[in-house]
Design a protein around this ligand. Structure first.
Ligand SMILES: [Zn+2]
Length: 250
C-alpha cells in the first residue's frame, strides 16, 4: 500500500510538473510578457545579461513543444536580434523578421499561428532607428527586383508623414509601426477576434541603435482600454486609430 501511495504521488508530481511547463508561457498574460521584455531589455542596456533559457535542460524541455510568451515582428536588420536585445532564450519568443518589419500575408499567418495555436497573448511590432528599408522608401528611388514590393508595403507610412517637419525617416519608422499595429489589430478573421476577446494585445515599440533601449509606444489595446483605463504611471499612451490605417484588408 505504501509503495502504491508513493507511485501515485510520483505520478501526480510528474503530471503537475508537466502541466506547469506546458503553461509556463502560454499562460503568461500580456502585461507580464511586456514586463519580461522590458526587464530583459534593461539587462541588455546595462550589459548585465542573464542569458536565460539557453542551456541543455531548456533545449530538452522545449523539444516536445513550444509556448513562447511573446510574438515579435521586427526588421531583418542584423543589429536588432530580439533574443539578444530582450535577453531571452529558447522557446521564449516567436519571431517574425522581415526588412522594414512589415506585415505581409505570410507574416500575418505566422502571427495567427502563434496567437491562436500556441496561445501567445502579446505581439510586439518592433521598428528601429535609421531603418534602411524605411530610409529607401522615404527617398523614393526606383529599386530593382522584389525590393519594389517592400517599398509598396512601406508607402502608407511614408505618405502618412509626408510634409511633416523633423526627421522624415524617424517619423516614417514610427508611422510604420503604428500602421502595422493597427493593421494587425483589425486583421480578420483571427487576430481581430482575439484582440476583441482580450486574448491578444498588439503593441508597438522602437529600438534605439545607440543606447539599446526599446521604448514601447502602444501598450494598451482598444479592448483593454475599454475595459480598464491605463494606469497613470504608464509611460506610454493609447494611440488613436490613424485615418491612414489599412482597415479590413486582413
Ligand atoms: Zn530596418
Amino acid at each position: 500500500m505504501r509503495m502504491r501511495t508513493i507511485v501515485l504521488a510520483a505520478l501526480t508530481f510528474l503530471a503537475a510538473n508537466g502541466a506547469a511547463r506546458a503553461n509556463e508561457h502560454g499562460g503568461v498574460g500580456p502585461d507580464e510578457a511586456l514586463a519580461r521584455l522590458a526587464q530583459g531589455n534593461r539587462r541588455f542596456m546595462a550589459a548585465s545579461l542573464n542569458h536565460p533559457d539557453q542551456g541543455a535542460v531548456r533545449r530538452i524541455e522545449q523539444a516536445a513543444g513550444q509556448t513562447p510568451f511573446a510574438i515579435i515582428l521586427t526588421c531583418s536588420d542584423s543589429r536588432v536580434p530580439p533574443e539578444v536585445i530582450f535577453d531571452q532564450g529558447l522557446g521564449d519568443l516567436f519571431v517574425i523578421r522581415v526588412a522594414g518589419n512589415v506585415a505581409d500575408d505570410i507574416g500575418i499567418a505566422s502571427i495567427e499561428y502563434a496567437a491562436e495555436h500556441l496561445g501567445t497573448h502579446l505581439c510586439v511590432v518592433l521598428g528601429h532607428e535609421r531603418c534602411g528599408a524605411v530610409t529607401a522608401a522615404v527617398k523614393g528611388d526606383a529599386l530593382p527586383g522584389h525590393l519594389l514590393n517592400l517599398m509598396e508595403m512601406l508607402a502608407p507610412a511614408v505618405a502618412a508623414t509626408s510634409g511633416q517637419p523633423g526627421d522624415r525617416v524617424a517619423d516614417a519608422v514610427t508611422a510604420n509601426v503604428e500602421l502595422t499595429v493597427e493593421r494587425l489589430r483589425e486583421c480578420a478573421p483571427i487576430l481581430n477576434g482575439l484582440v476583441d476577446e482580450g486574448e491578444l494585445q498588439v503593441v508597438g515599440a522602437e529600438y534605439d541603435l545607440d543606447t539599446g533601449e526599446v521604448v514601447f509606444t502602444q501598450p494598451v489595446t482598444r479592448t483593454v482600454a475599454r475595459r480598464a483605463p491605463a494606469p497613470a504611471a504608464s509611460r506610454a499612451e493609447p494611440v488613436a486609430a490613424s485615418p491612414a490605417s489599412a482597415h479590413g484588408g486582413h
